[in-house]
Design a protein around this ligand. Structure first.
Ligand code: NAP
Length: 258
């Protein structure tokens, strides 16, 4: 992909990997548009990255996606790259009686339905571009579930499966479909896992996004930064090894919280 001459829409660009994508793509000369739910965080990001364009929008809300599409494509008809980055990861005890039907679905609405709806909404527009891309941010946890975040892993496995099918269906179009299989990274998403996960295993967000951008530039459709490649390999040859480790972490954390 020629990123210098691209216009990129990043969902969830006010923090973590989304913010890094925005910052590094601006440095490369891309036109960058970001979204987020919190207007104050969007304003703060605009102060740090004055050339970024911001739109308040919630990916879990289909109405908001439709509104975003109208506003973005009107102002940026040359939009040719969509990065589905917005996501949430929660620690969940499935035995907690406070978890109701809406609550249990939250990560599905953001991490899985969000990208699927974004693609469906923006697809006709991207098809008109000479060169276009969709990058979905999945996770190493798509390969090996982390039982402390039972819904999160399911959304990332689902998003990976969807991304693979999308790539096949768009094969004969000008749209390339990328899967960024992100390993653990030092972003606010992980703040709540402080004592549970060893931060030495986590990648710096700037390094992770640098690898992702290299992958986009070289048209590498499956991007596996840091230990994501090892997770993929282990999930095939010895699926129990990491899963047993993750299960122990979950059991310990749930027992401590009880
Ligand atoms: N960090 C990791 O270890 C890791 C590992 C693998 C994969 N990932 C994936 O990488 C992506 C980015 O994660 P991160 O670590 O950078 O998280 P983060 O630092 O918590 O940032 C999340 C961003 O998404 C936005 N967001 C959350 N819910 C949204 C919604 N419903 N609509 C629009 N924007 C929303 C947030 O802004 P608002 O709250 O203001 O909306 C924020 O800008 C996620 O898909 C995550 O699953 C992360």
């Amino acid at each position: 992909m020629d990123l210098r001459n691209s216009t990129v829409l990043i969902t969830g660009g006010t923090s973590g990997l989304g913010y890094e994508f925005a910052s590094q793509l601006l440095d490369l000369g891309s036109t960058v548009i970001i979204t987020g739910r919190d207007q104050a965080r969007l304003d703060q990001t605009k102060r740090k990255l004055p050339n970024v364009h911001t739109f308040q929008s919630d990916v879990s809300d289909p109405e908001a996606i439709s509104q975003l599409f109208d506003n973005v494509t009107r102002q940026f008809p040359e939009l040719n790259i969509l990065i589905n980055n917005a996501g949430e990861m929660r620690k969940l005890n499935l035995l907690d009686p406070m978890i109701d039907q809406d609550n249990i679905n939250r990560e599905i609405a953001i991490n899985l339905s969000g990208p699927v709806r974004m693609v469906q909404q923006f697809l006709p527009h991207l098809l008109k571009q000479k060169s276009a891309a969709i990058l979905n941010v999945t996770s190493g946890l798509a390969f090996i579930p982390f039982p402390l975040s039972p819904i999160y892993g399911a959304t990332k496995s689902g998003l990976r499966a969807y991304t693979q099918s999308l790539r096949v269906q768009l094969k004969k179009t000008t749209i390339k479909v990328f899967d960024l299989v992100a390993p653990g990274a030092k972003t606010p998403l992980n703040d709540k896992f402080g004592g549970d996960v060893d931060s030495r295993m986590m990648m710096e967000p700037d390094k992770l996004v640098k690898v992702a951008i290299q992958g986009l530039t070289k048209n590498k459709v499956e991007i596996l930064p840091g230990i994501a490649g090892i997770m993929k390999f282990l999930s095939r040859i010895a699926p129990g090894v990491l899963f047993n480790q993750f299960s122990k972490i979950a059991e310990k954390s749930l027992a401590q919280a009880a």
